[in-house]
Design a protein. Structure first.
Length: 151
């Protein structure tokens, strides 16, 4: 990681408060919620392309699925994890920033390191996460538009 993100080890060593663990757990929980809703949104968009699949959500990844349907459905669902992870991290950062004790602890740990501040961390998430999320959303769109059969 140090090769791609210089100073990564030093920043990781500064994160010692319990708030970092709480933020991680909250971020992962929010990522799961975001992933679910992104997938449901993708399914609703898929049904716009293939109205015959309306009401057949429970057949998604059902028994006897063909290889072609599996690839399309996998492509529809799995890339959504990346934008969900970015969204979960952003929500976690905002929630922790709204809690004064957590904000004070995080500001102490940042100690002038721009990437560890609330604004710097979120700017990095939006910059790189936004680019990767756009690519992943495109991949998901390809999957949902090519899923012609659920079997």
């Amino acid at each position: 990681m140090d090769r791609w993100r210089p100073g990564w080890r030093e920043r990781a060593a500064k994160r010692k408060s319990l708030w970092n663990f709480i933020g991680l757990v909250l971020g992962l929980a929010m990522a799961a919620v975001c992933w679910y809703y992104l997938f449901r949104g993708a399914w609703h968009l898929h049904v716009q392309f293939y109205p015959a699949h309306a009401g057949h959500f429970r057949e998604f990844w059902g028994n006897g699925i063909s290889g072609t349907a599996f690839v399309s459905s996998f492509l529809m669902m799995m890339p959504l994890f990346v934008p969900a992870l970015i969204g979960g991290a952003l929500v976690s950062n905002v929630v922790l920033w709204c809690l004064p004790p957590a904000r004070r602890a995080m500001e102490r740990e940042a100690a002038g390191d721009r990437e560890m501040t609330f604004a710097g961390a979120n700017a990095g998430l939006l910059r790189w996460g936004g680019l990767v999320s756009a690519i992943c959303l495109l991949l998901s769109f390809i999957g949902l538009s090519t899923l012609t059969s659920l079997r």
